[in-house]
Design a binder for this molecule. Sequence first.
Ligand code: PLP
Length: 459
Amino acid sequence: MRSLHWLWRMWFWRQSPLIILVRLSYGLLYLKPLQGLYFLVAFLLYNSYIPYMQRIYLDNAATTPLDTEVKKAMEPYFDDIYGNPNSLHWFGQQARAAVDWARETIADAIGARFREVIFTGSATEANNLALRGAINKARPTFTALYGDKPMKVIVSAIEHDSVLDTARALEEEGVELVILPVDVNGFVDVQALADALDERTVIVSIMYANNEIGSVQPITEIAAQIAQFRSRENALPYYPLLHVDAVQAFQFLDCTVDMLGVDMMTLSGHKIYGPKGVGVLYARTMDSVTHMQDDRMHIISPRMTGGGQEFGMRSGTENVPAIVGFAKAVELAVARRTECADQIARLHSLFWEQLHGACPEVVLNSPHAGDAPYLPNIINIHIPGQKGGELLIALDLQGVAVSSGSACAARSATQSHVLRALGFSDERSRRSLRFSFGRHTTARDIDGCIAALVRILAA
Ligand code: PLP
């Protein structure tokens, strides 16, 4: 009885009132007697409720809705084409062809080679593979050269937790960790990075664009500093490696790996209108770095061992529908990049104008001033005297979905490590809101959101 009670509470009441009404109506429908009438009542209830329940989604940096074209591309791989891509028979080869197509598509989109695209179960996993994989691969070389001296990892203070926490875990295992500070706009000081580089540095991991404030790092400049270090006498030809988390950037910025000068790059499916639970690590193979080594050799060691999938870099049967969906999303993102960036930049300006007009005391946490490079879809604000968490709940009750920072940290009431790194107070870091726009956001959504905010602030 207890478990039934739990189920009932979980399943039924924790849904929106609209869904409850529709379900109740359908429940009555099963009783049959006045089928038509019940249907009519359900229909009328649904339609009269809609205007009050129209929800506005402004949390696209947390995740994006699945694109219908992506969904269509994925569908055959849930049922019709179900073979294991590692099987030699016809069924397996159908699935293998799809995975190969996906790998080729993503490799083309970032200017990589086929073998350099490694599918993972998320961007979090890809970031782990990049850092831990690079350290493990480098260990024999660095031990031979520097004995007991620790290898070094350099990251910025505003990295996603999947990089920061992995770097901290490596520190506990004896690696030296340098966390680079950022300025008040969220930009890494390239000179500070250059000063931190030394012969024991195995990997530098700097995100392309930040997920909470949208600041875009000067990756080509950072890559040039690293290349300059590598070209010094007696330097190792391909260390330090440069890894870039481009999860938030890919939708808006050119992520061609040679243009950026990166050795590793992380992407995620669900931030670009693709499926959740799939990521990519681009990892350069040796010969494109040294022009001497076996070109089949990766610059990382696997973290997951087993069947040897993904060129031995990530064992486990491939998630074929998700991989196909990811590649389709990549294809669409590249085709729509400029149009999407322009459209969303207009919404960004509209939002800020309206918000500032309605609430002059609001302050921006995300870079917006002058020509500082930032993503068009993210705007992070603080309203003095207002608690971010409470505003978030109040907005949700009004049908507007936003976030108080990274989706991963949203369930804990901790302050944002990104806002702290910008030098903001504990209070400001705890009491800020992130609005993030997407391909489906409209000017009407912006109006609705501002109107809801004004109502809440006036209450
Ligand atoms: N890196 C950045 C910059 C992110 O914004 C996120 C997700 O919020 C991740 C990594 C993790 O992505 P995933 O959900 O695919 O693990």
